[in-house]
Design a protein around this ligand. Sequence first.
Ligand code: NDP
Length: 329
Amino acid sequence: MSERFQAYQIGKNDDGQRCVLTQLGDDDLMEGDVTVDVEYTTLNYKDGLALTGRSAIIRKFPLTPGIDFSGTVTASDHDGFSVGDRVILNGFGVGEVHSGGYAQKARVSGDWLVPLPEGLDTRQAMAIGTAGYTAMLSVMALEDHGIKPGDGDILVTGASGGVGSIGVALLNRLGHRVVATTGRMNEKDFLMNLGAADVLDRAGFAEKARPLGKELWCGAIDVAGGNTLANVLSQLKYGGAAAICGLAESMNLPTTVAPFILRGISMYGIDSVMAPIEKRRIAWQRLATDLDLGLLDSLSFDLDFSDLPQAAEDILDGKIRGRAVVKVP
Ligand code: NDP
């Protein structure tokens, strides 16, 4: 009989979905050509939605949640990976339709795995997590647009959250002047320490946007959507761009075509889940070199594996600052 391992499992019945911490065996692992001993996982906004069932993130039952993890390969039939390799997984439907990181073991396709870049350990990889990797994809989109240090201020919304906080740290390290917005002005010092040159109360972005506002930002990373994003778009400078990655405020976007047709602005959609593997490798390599890893301690905190269900409620209620790192027991 195979060795049992600990895992969260979400089941569903007529009353809805229910999450339990249980023991599984190798037979419960899903299909895949690489088996990984999971060392660290984390808690993303999407994991919060999945664990609480507040949104239909999980589409196959029973399933182990957790959209990302880092760990060591223990078995592989994949050409790219051997036993002992350190790996990172983000997305590709893991934690949604394929069992994920909230377990001591995971079996996945090797095509989904990124080798742990030199300079990062498995704990740091999950202090960064999908949120940090999404922040890097957002920075890359702004760079591809042509935005360079010295071009002007870059706005980052939801700055005390996972994507936002790493976005601020990355942009500052790369030489940009970063302005952060937050609903938690008591986190101003935290955001300044990460590298924000200025911190604005997000209340100033909450009202319905005018078609065109004062031109303030050469670029933006937005995790909020809704009125916040509409206001950001109306304040982009001529030719500016926004990397759009989240819906923490709303799925809606109550904007007009005015900033697009009168100021030539652009919006770049950021998707971390199905991003091509080559792009992921570049993003993770750059995280290992372009992020001040010394900041990860202030950006992240340890969360006990057994506290994941409560923390899932907290992240949806905006009570989590920075990145939760979960050591899988
Ligand atoms: P967090 O919960 O860590 O951060 C979200 C932040 O958004 C909060 O900390 C808060 O920051 C801000 N916020 C919360 N509510 C509102 C509101 N009503 N209006 C404006 N701002 C608000 O989540 P993550 O950083 O992990 O994820 C952020 C968003 O990005 C989520 O919507 C998530 O689903 C999405 N995402 C998308 C990915 C992709 O592939 N596109 C990948 C990863 C995440 P503050 O208190 O500082 O204002």
